[in-house]
Design a binder for this molecule. Structure first.
Ligand SMILES: C[S@@+](CC[C@H](N)C(=O)[O-])C[C@H]1O[C@@H](n2cnc3c(N)ncnc32)[C@H](O)[C@@H]1O
Length: 161
């Protein structure tokens, strides 16, 4: 939709940015479909923001997806599963519909990060440790292998053994 920026209803909640060291440890991504309108740093070769709407856009290549924390996270993770070539980041909430209906049935592998992430805000300041633990989710074999061999501190769990 090509409305001028001031005509869009912009939501500045959910602007929690992944420390770039985590993304760098996972190799180069082609696309980040849920990216801030103004980025502190690149997370992929191409970015889609809320004005362009990454849920409605076709995804191509290797995707990094840390979706907005909202009811819509089910839709984002379903799109990751459908796309396949993707690593997603989300909070560990293993008692939710998100995990039981999307993550566990579709993911290839999970990587539970050992430490709580200290996310960055849009002004570049790093916050305190997150209130929840985080997990990286691979939706295909190649990205599962990348999680298995990455140098991040955490525990790899294969779901397709
Ligand atoms: C949790 S942040 C992750 C930011 C970045 N991908 C990262 O990993 O650091 C979620 C981002 O999704 C953006 N967002 C929200 N709704 C969106 C939509 N419909 N399409 C694309 N991006 C969206 C927000 O503006 C926010 O920057």
């Amino acid at each position: 939709m090509n409305l001028p920026i001031e005509k869009h209803k912009i939501n500045y909640k959910n602007e929690w940015l992944t420390p770039i060291e985590i993304i760098n440890a996972l190799g180069e991504f082609d696309l980040d479909p849920c990216s801030p309108i103004v980025r502190k740093w690149d997370t992929a070769k191409k970015h889609i923001n809320q004005i362009e709407d990454g849920l409605k856009t076709e995804w191509e290549g290797r995707v990094w997806c840390f979706p907005p924390f909202a009811k819509e996270s089910v839709k984002w993770l379903e799109k990751c599963a459908f796309h396949g070539n993707c690593i997603a980041l989300t909070f560990v909430r293993s008692d939710t519909k998100l995990f039981h209906q999307v993550v566990f049935p579709t993911a290839y592998a999970l990587f539970f990060l050992e430490k709580r992430i200290k996310f960055y805000s849009l002004n570049g300041e790093q916050g305190d440790s997150s209130s929840s633990p985080s997990v990286l989710i691979a939706f295909d074999k190649n990205n599962a292998d990348i999680l298995k061999n990455c140098k991040l501190n955490g525990y790899y769990v294969d779901l397709k053994f």
